[in-house]
Design a protein around this ligand. Structure first.
Ligand SMILES: [Zn+2]
Length: 421
């Protein structure tokens, strides 16, 4: 509490040969408190009767003048009216309060002080921290205000989940507020799904921020977040490194059932892709259809693990042999062969590849190494971002792909199919 103007008041009240001291006492008082003097409570009741405010903070402001004169006893008298405006700064937090006014009971009347000076020049100022009263008449004051209704907050809850945790950046949020969720999987686990509902199982739209956080806008209801964490599938193979560049891709192709290991718990991410493996991958992607087709490749045994896949690929025109009754199942597949099989699959089961007239300017310096029969496939796969070129602006059509690279190509191809990344 800061009071100003008392020194001037003392000077103006002075008389020759006398010393005058003016002091103000500011006491917060409570309506109906047991210790209230009757006159004080009567003043409070009078303010309440005249007030339009629902809430009040009462203050009893008293001024005393003490006059000292040499050789005489001090004389102290109450001042109820000053000659000058006295400044009283009352700490007050206006947050959530509206219609703030100051009431005063003085000489049997209730006055309302506002930002505009009254006939005595009295007024108030309201800041973020205080109400300042400039006044000449003293007794019981009240700061009156109306409490603004606070918007309803709703709880955001994320029940405990096994193998990971989801946290929200706030436990309660008002409607329309943005809430951010962070999902953290335990070591060796991945987030499989994250959903949020409110009300009667109504879904809440979650925006994936791509950095392990999701955002939603608080609806009018309690939000419950549900997450499922699953073991990392790549950990099912002893030679897959969860810190390697291919990790997301191997997780994806294993989850989708597109690629299995090569046996003995090995995935062989750096191993070459054989032609048999490639047709098997596409056969898996198609859902392992069983076809009735007479196959005459001399190097594909009827009981080979890839026999049904080769039968399907040959019957559907996805992969053909070398033309002399040879399929070459164990031959490593070249990049242009891989592009060609994938493109045939796309044309037959996907969105059709290039249709009508098309033109694609490939940015590679080794275009003349691409076989004529593979050019359209290479162009489409590169344009769609499914198969990227290599360093030094080459496509390397006769080069071989590693199984880890095939996992990446399949992930990108399926993302292209589904419109997801
Ligand atoms: Zn993983």
């Amino acid at each position: 509490m800061v009071v100003g103007g008392l020194d001037e008041e003392a000077l103006d009240s002075g008389e020759p040969g006398k010393t005058v001291t003016v002091t103000m006492t500011v006491k917060a008082v409570t309506d109906g408190a047991a210790g209230n003097a009757q006159v004080l409570q009567d003043s409070i009741d009078a303010i309440k009767a005249e007030s339009a405010s629902s809430e009040h903070e009462y203050l009893d402001l008293t001024l005393e003048k003490t006059v000292s004169e040499t050789g005489k006893a001090e004389v102290t008298t109450d001042i109820t009216v000053t000659q000058n405006l006295i400044t009283v700064v009352i700490p007050f937090d206006p947050t959530g309060k509206s219609n703030i006014v100051v009431y005063r009971y003085h000489e049997s009347a209730v006055d309302t002080l506002t930002g505009s000076p009254n006939k005595d020049g009295e007024y108030i100022e309201i800041t973020d921290e205080a109400v300042t009263v400039y006044a000449k008449n003293f007794s019981v004051y009240a700061i009156g205000y109306t409490v603004q209704p606070s918007p309803t907050s709703y709880a955001v809850t994320a029940p405990k989940t096994e193998h990971g945790a989801v946290t929200a950046d706030r436990r309660y949020a008002v409607r329309g507020r943005r809430v951010t969720l962070t999902a953290q999987a335990d070591e060796g686990y991945h987030l499989a799904s994250l959903t949020a509902t409110y009300g009667n199982e109504r879904p809440v739209d979650l925006t994936d921020n791509g950095d392990g956080t999701w955002t939603f806008v608080q609806p009018a209801g309690r939000v419950t977040v549900t997450a499922e964490f699953v073991p990392c599938l790549s950990l099912g193979f002893t030679d897959l490194d969860t810190g390697a560049w291919y990790h997301d891709y191997t997780d994806y192709v294993i989850a989708q059932g597109l690629m299995q290991g090569i046996g003995d718990g090995q995935f062989a991410p750096d191993g070459a892709v054989s032609r048999a493996q490639m047709v098997t991958v596409l056969w898996n992607m198609r859902g392992k259809p069983v076809v009735n087709y007479y196959m005459t490749y001399s190097d594909v045994s009827e009981d080979a693990w890839y026999a049904e896949a080769v039968r399907w690929a040959a019957s559907e025109g996805i992969a053909g042999g070398y033309g002399d009754g040879i399929f070459g199942p164990d031959d490593p597949i070249t990049r242009e062969q891989m592009a060609t099989m994938l493109y045939r699959y796309e044309k037959k089961y996907g969105n059709g590849g290039f249709t009508g007239a098309w033109m694609c300017r490939l940015p590679f310096t080794d275009l003349d190494h691409i076989s004529d029969w593979a050019f359209e496939a290479v162009a489409w796969c590169n344009m769609k971002g499914v198969i990227a070129g290599k360093d030094d602006n080459i496509f390397d059509p006769k080069g071989l792909s590693k199984r880890g690279e095939l996992a990446a190509i399949l992930t990108r191809y399926c993302g292209e199919e589904t419109g997801e990344e």
